[in-house]
Design a protein. Sequence first.
Length: 398
Amino acid sequence: MIKAEPKSILNFLAAHFETLKDLFDIQTEDQIIRKERLQEVFKDRQDDVLTQLLEYKIVRKLGDDFEFRDTYYKLFEFILNEFRPLLPETIQKYEQSIAVLFRKIKDGISKDKLILSQRINDLYNEIKEFGEAVEKNTIRLLNETRELKSNVEKLDYQEKVRKASFWIDYYITPLNNILDINHADSITNRLFDISQYVNVRRLNFDDEQIRLQFEKTYNFLVQTNDDLLKQSKLLTNELLPLIERIRTESIILTGWIEFLKAPHKSPLPKVFKIERVYPYSNDMYLNAKEYLEQYAIDETIILEDPMMLTDKWVFNKDLYKNKLMSQLPLDSFFEWCGLTLKTDYTSIETDKFFALTALLFEEGISIELDAIAEKQLINTTQMTLRVPKLKINRYGLS
């Protein structure tokens, strides 16, 4: 039991912050605070506060040594923005715990309300811990990658390659798989299923308190989905390209240095190729001639009466977007457009077909080009279109 006032503990943390930060750095490096290093810090800072650290339960004894209590260690991690990277398999454990709680909620939905309420709270907390773990790992990986890029530790090229490969193989790629909603075993995919179930229950449940809990959980899942998408984009768009560039550049430089050490052992490659380039195109004369000749020919202009105005078709984007989302995944987007128009209008009119293609730019879907499949022919009322095969999947939580 802590006898001191909470305000006294906070004042103590502020007054002795530098000493506590030194101890935090030691535990981060050695996983423990040795008695000798503890005394060194107190001597250097002229700040012997061991009695208060034990009294306020900031640290605990481990034999003759010490360690921060978990609550205070996480506090310093947060305020210093220094997190230990967790292995992806450590984060993956949340998939199991979240799945178990979700299954128990579904099985006990009509049973004891008190137990159901506690399980919903536990599910909320597990999802929150998972999101925080992913965020901390991403921050740590980004810091490590930037330090590796700037070579703060003055590593040689071979060591940089080894370290870059280590971060990719053991942290970045596995973590990215965890966040990939199109991956069947990803936690993000599991959260998508939970959000659909919770969305229905928040709108249709007889107990008001439980219904509000489902409402809170659903809103939190939507926010968590947005946060996880940001982390996934950060991994895909910044971390992986940056660390791959470090690995590639280091390999090239290492090979070049080895070549310079003994250039006589290998044939000298042709590094430069001489080419003559002109500031103007070789076809400039013919292009200019063609441009001028089009104005030298008199063309007959025929004026016709304007065609009778017809009812203009208005593209109902929401209607067709809902049709598209309800039929995902699709193996061929353009084939779906043609079949949809044939069903609604018996023919494929060109302007309506191109209006439907605007759905490719809507949020919530991912597009994959099937480069192997042959291009498809779509016959409209005015032309025949030769189009690629695009696969459409759902992307993110709805």
